[in-house]
Design a protein around this ligand. Structure first.
Ligand code: FES
Length: 151
């Protein structure tokens, strides 16, 4: 386990308490690209914060990833408004284009593919989101062109 990043992060914080967990986990995720379990256990050992508490925060917030995550995140909506306008076809098209299933990351670490209950833009249904960009009124034929924008 490479703990160089953890060393650097903890060296900048002489005293770490449980109230620091969220920003600390953000820094670790930026450093490693995700939250490696071995690093979290090492952090628990060094700070005295129980691993259960660290994992509690890491699993509560959607922004944290316990598995390696792609550089870009593709989110397909599986909510009702999107479903009735062909959202399932978008999920199939993204899965086919990326060659992975929901919850997986491409081998080149370019994309992670997720589905969500609602992206909050039902008026644009069906919706696909890449990182912070929304693509509304989607059709399966547009999927490839949109993914090509993200290298
Ligand atoms: S149901 Fe798809 S954005 Fe709300």
């Amino acid at each position: 386990m490479d703990v160089d990043v953890l060393d650097r992060i903890l060296a900048a914080r002489p005293k770490v308490t449980a109230t620091d967990l969220s920003p600390l986990l953000q820094e670790i995720q930026v450093g490693y690209g995700y939250l490696p379990p071995g690093v979290l256990l090492e952090m628990s050992r060094r700070t005295g914060i129980p691993a259960s508490q660290i994992y509690g925060v890491a699993t509560f917030y959607e922004q944290f990833h316990l598995e390696p995550h792609g550089r870009h995140t593709v989110r397909c909506c599986r909510g009702t408004a999107c479903h009735v306008k062909g959202g399932h076809g978008m999920i199939q098209a993204v899965s086919r284009e990326l060659g992975i299933a929901e919850g997986e990351t491409t081998a080149d670490m370019r994309f992670t593919f997720e589905t969500v209950a609602c992206l909050g833009t039902c008026f644009l249904a069906p919706v696909v989101m890449v990182d912070k960009d929304y693509y509304g009124n989607m059709t399966p034929t547009r999927v490839r062109g949109i993914l090509d924008r993200y290298k």
